[in-house]
Design a protein. Structure first.
Length: 123
């Protein structure tokens, strides 16, 4: 019960941070807001932001697996990374967008998520 409550709180904070930051990143092409999304994803993995998001797609999946909560968070990470890729495309950072999209696909494929689904909390 305590683990579930903790996980729900982590997800709630993640969703709140990501929703606000993604809106700024996509609508205003704000690179600092994009960094906030990256920091939120790195926080889920308990890793430094610079380290976490330079990982290859397969290594990012491995870190999610090692976190012990990857199954519970994969949909959220997939969505955040997919939307972040779109934001980076809008900023003209196409290489970074491609990496984020590849990471999102790797997470979705590894955890059996639908790449196109928007988690209920983000809808």
């Amino acid at each position: 019960m305590l683990h579930r409550d903790y996980l729900l709180e982590v997800i709630s904070q993640f969703v709140e941070t990501v929703m606000r930051a993604l809106e700024l990143a996509k609508v205003k092409a704000d690179p600092e807001a994009a960094k906030e999304v990256e920091a939120a994803v790195a926080g889920l993995l308990d890793l430094d932001q610079e380290v976490a998001l330079q990982l290859t797609p397969d290594s990012l999946v491995t870190m999610l697996l090692l976190s012990g909560v990857g199954d519970s968070l994969a949909d959220y990470v997939t969505y955040a990374m997919r939307e972040l890729a779109d934001a980076y495309d809008g900023m003209g950072k196409h290489d970074l967008a491609a990496l984020r999209r590849e990471q999102a696909h790797a997470v979705a494929d590894s955890f059996g998520c639908d790449f196109e689904v928007v988690p209920e909390e983000f809808a």
